[in-house]
Design a protein around this ligand. Structure first.
Ligand SMILES: C[S@@+](CC[C@H](N)C(=O)[O-])C[C@H]1O[C@@H](n2cnc3c(N)ncnc32)[C@H](O)[C@@H]1O
Length: 334
């Protein structure tokens, strides 16, 4: 029982039950403060201190608002940097034309958002999502890879992929039947939910909980087993960043191939958008409960998504730093 539940129960036990006629309804300004509302001198004093502190903090805020000329200049510079034309990370696949998102090409298009550094226009090879909503209800959603001479087909009409190439992400495009379809980049969550699967994946909501439990961060070294379809490998790889490392062990070769394929597809799409992925994920074909594949490695955390996770513990534990967390999913099908 959590502390919250416990204290509530105590409260219920110790408070005399209120009868209906005893319920006090506030009745306007004439109402006298109850004994609970009357403050002791100590509380009054503390409140006074709080007020004082608040006023001081407020003065600090005032100070920020009434900036000196120098500060104003620094702030304007910052705004300029944030609205700078983006550095293009990928060239146009066919023509070699650079497709920076600049304010000019945004305002000549459909969107007027400020451009953020590092963002690029949609390009061939990326995974995108097409969505159509009618009165707020999702009628159609599809993930697709932007490819030459291909068409996005739907019951609401067709959009040639060539029309999508070079547009900013989050653009509405009309089908040949005049229906507006939202075209956006696939998030990692979209990708994992739509990618082809071998075994069942760690669902994004579960993966998010696991990441919190493991408390992994940029630069960590993490072990995962098994690789399965590669969903968790992608979430872990994003969490540890370019300075971290993920080792993913899988006993079945077909599953390993699927995981590597899914991982590489996402990486390619990401690189077209943002440049070098930089993540290190090492996929290993082995049985984690018997094979000594972890020699010389140490981990900040381990994610076990196996049928019998307990069998892998003796192999894994000697490679953990003290205090490392090993969450495990146990799937029971009844
Ligand atoms: C449920 S899937 C993992 C899915 C993965 N977390 C994902 O998000 O795509 C479980 C995988 O563990 C693998 N496996 C089971 N026992 C193993 C072991 N002892 N060593 C390595 N992999 C194992 C299975 O072959 C299977 O592919």
């Amino acid at each position: 029982m959590s502390f919250k539940a416990l204290s509530m129960q105590r409260l219920l036990r110790t408070s005399p039950a209120l009868k209906e006629e005893e319920v006090i309804v506030p009745s306007g300004e004439n109402q006298q403060p109850s004994a609970q509302d009357t403050l002791t001198p100590e509380v009054e004093e503390l409140r006074g201190q709080d007020q004082h502190q608040l006023q001081r903090d407020y003065r600090l805020t005032d100070y920020t608002v009434s900036q000196s000329l120098e500060e104003k200049h620094a702030f304007q510079e910052l705004v300029k940097v944030m609205r700078m034309p983006c550095v293009t990370l990928s060239d146009h696949a066919s023509s070699g034309v650079k497709k920076d998102i600049t304010e000019e090409n945004l305002s000549s298009g459909l969107s007027h958002q400020p451009c953020l550094k590092g963002e690029t226009l949609l390009t061939f090879g990326e995974f995108l999502v097409a969505e159509y909503r009618k009165k707020g209800q999702l009628e159609f959603r599809k993930m697709f890879k932007l490819q030459h001479r291909m068409r996005l087909q739907s019951s609401w009409g067709v959009i040639p992929h060539e029309d999508v190439d070079g547009k900013p992400a989050g653009t509405f495009l009309k089908t040949n039947r005049g229906v507006s379809i939202l075209i956006r980049r696939a998030s990692l969550e979209d990708y994992v939910l739509y990618m082809k699967r071998g075994p069942a994946i760690s669902y994004p909501k579960d993966a998010a909980a696991l990441l919190m439990m493991m408390d992994i961060t940029e630069g960590d070294c993490v072990l995962e087993a098994g690789s399965g379809s590669g969903a968790m490998s992608l979430f872990l790889s994003r969490a540890v960043g370019a300075s971290g490392k993920v080792v993913s062990v899988e006993v079945r070769e077909d599953h390993l191939k699927r995981a590597v394929l899914n991982y590489n597809r996402w990486r390619t799409s990401w690189e077209l958008r943002r440049g070098h992925h930089g993540r290190i994920t090492k996929f290993v074909h082995a049985d984690l409960s018997t094979d000594p594949v972890l020699e010389g490695m140490g981990f900040h955390a381990v994610a076990l998504d196996l049928i019998h996770p307990q069998l892998a513990l003796s192999t894994v534990i000697p490679h953990l730093h003290s205090g490392a967390v090993v969450p495990s999913t146990l799937q029971s099908v009844w």
